[in-house]
Design a protein around this ligand. Sequence first.
Ligand SMILES: [Zn+2]
Length: 254
Amino acid sequence: MNLHFNRSLAKNYTSKAQIIRVLSEAWVKENGYCPNCSAQPLTEFVNGKPVADFYCAHCREQYELKSKKAKLSNIVNDGAYKTMIERINSEDNPSFFFLTYSKECTVNNFLIIPKQFFKPDIIIKRKPLSATARRAGWVGCNIDLRQVPESGKVFLVKDQQVISRENVTQQFQKTLFLREQSTASRGWTLDIWQCIDRLDTHFSLKQVYAFADELKLKHPENNYIPDKIRQQLQILRDKGIIEFVSRGHYRKLY
Ligand SMILES: [Zn+2]
């Protein structure tokens, strides 16, 4: 994998946004591969497809690319809020590639967030554009990556280090079980998973119960939070994400 953009492709463009789009898409086409089945190359959708930028001709996974200069931050700007929420709730939403690059046009980070990790609370509504703006009243959104469990951030390149393809596909496939869940049930699994991310490798049921108030804020309609916690720990255990050590004690397997 060559981590440098091919800058000669930019010579016919003047707009910065356009240049980056051209360079980063060309880079993905040349160096990217499908994190689900490892097929290469990815195929670019012809212009006009609103949902995704790339797809895998082998397994049909769809990918959208977001590129950003400098560091990987927790908040990523995205397009219209309403469109984004509709997409998250639809069946054919794409997974998201995030790419960050240095001022020398070298790829710093390239990661995928599989679509099963997207739920409405990671999409934050921005303030409507002011009355004097060209698109007055338009509401954009931000993607809050802090709401995504660590296992939902699959790095293909991390801090300019290329991660082995085998590790990438393994990590990607390990969480595909989330796609089989209903939206509500997946929301719970992801919320509990995100709590566990904040605990040490060995943790107790009691420590997870300590997140009950926080979980209640996210799920005000639920009056059985401890039951829900135990149920979700069971699911994560059955899927090989955590293991049961002894009564009330667990260990992370990731
Ligand atoms: Zn594939």
